[in-house]
Write a protein that binds this ligand. Structure first.
Ligand SMILES: [Zn+2]
Length: 333
């Protein structure tokens, strides 16, 4: 096959940031995706309906062709009575970050049970709970697995609440999400499908591959690939594309996050093709996520062509995944 056309994909986990970087990130997203779930960990974070509307109008002023699916950040101060207002402002999901696990998560949540009234309100309003599923204070390779009992606990208390375990990175999490019934799903990134711990640190840290959750073992990676290719409707694409400036990545304390928007679809297409599963790609990128979020499929399409291209070393001061490498598939713009 030399050309492939699919329903326009959705990215169900994207960091569009603020300031100078934001318009560039929106434009790159718009070239590929019809809709994108916008993460709320800006500074200050998106916490209220007003924050959400303000951020959305900033995004819309630079990205007319992209549909922004808005989220809010759940913090200790989030109150159940705020959920109705957030929903009417356009929120389709709330994002839970345990304290200290990733960029701007210092205000994350310490005790999940304190938030049960908030989850109750989200369940009632049919707002999705997105979770960065890592427990802080644990060695980084163990953080996701250590969080899984908390996921179970939330689900068993709120069996009708739709939950997305974001950027799933371990075989254990893949197994648990399969077991937990139709209300619990997971996003899978392209970097967790391609990289394992050795690509991140092998004697020394490669900041370009440093992200949270950290990429795990080959066995974990194989489990992710297997589930993504399997056509399981609870596993769908969310890039967690999380750009930082080169300065922030290459300094003494590199920030976690991988910028993958421009390469995600070419890489996914190559991966699915190499396993002879190209027929499953569209479900993973364009159908399962929309179904879980109870959204119609995108109207438009995206075409990719088998034509070699070299990934730039940098996009607007940000290093992309696979910088300087040759990819087989190219997005037709
Ligand atoms: Zn993220």
């Amino acid at each position: 096959m030399t050309e492939l056309t699919i329903i326009r994909p959705d990215d169900f986990h994207n960091h569009l940031r603020q300031g100078e970087l934001m318009p560039h990130l929106v434009q790159e997203t718009e070239k590929v995706f019809g809709r994108t779930l916008v993460m709320p960990n800006t500074l200050p974070p998106v916490v209220t309906g007003e924050d959400l509307q303000r951020y959305r109008s900033e995004l819309e002023s630079v990205g007319a062709d992209l549909q922004f699916l808005m989220t809010f950040k759940i913090i200790q101060e989030t109150k159940p009575e705020m959920i109705t207002g957030l929903k009417s402002a356009g929120a389709i999901a709330g994002k839970l970050y345990p304290q200290g696990v990733t960029t701007n998560a210092e205000d994350g949540v310490e005790d999940v049970e304190n938030l049960f009234p908030v989850f109750e309100a989200m369940q009632q309003e049919n707002v999705v709970l997105c979770i960065h599923g890592e427990l802080s204070g644990v060695e980084d390779l163990q953080r996701e697995e250590a969080f899984l009992p908390t996921l179970k606990k939330i689900h068993s208390n709120f069996s009708k609440l739709r939950i997305v375990l974001e950027h799933v990175s371990t075989e254990a999490a893949v197994q648990l999400v399969q077991e937990l019934g139709e209300k619990v799903a997971a996003t899978v990134t392209v970097h967790h499908l391609l990289l394992s711990t050795e690509d991140v640190r092998n004697g020394k840290l490669n900041p370009d591959h440093f992200c949270a959750p950290i990429c795990k073992s080959e066995a974990d990676r194989a489990a992710l690939v297997q589930i993504a290719l399997s056509g399981h409707p609870k596993f769908f694409f969310g890039s967690d594309s999380a750009p930082h400036s080169r300065k922030d990545k290459e300094g003494e304390h590199p920030k976690p996050g991988i910028y993958s928007t421009p390469v995600a679809l070419p890489l996914l297409t190559g991966l699915f093709e190499s396993h002879d599963k190209l027929d499953q790609l569209e479900d993973f990128t364009s159908r399962f996520g929309a179904e879980f979020y109870q959204l119609p499929q995108n109207q438009g399409q995206l075409s990719l062509v088998k034509e070699e291209w070299m990934v730039p070393k940098e996009y607007f001061g940000v290093v992309p995944l696979k910088k300087g490498e040759r990819l087989k598939w190219k997005v037709m713009v």
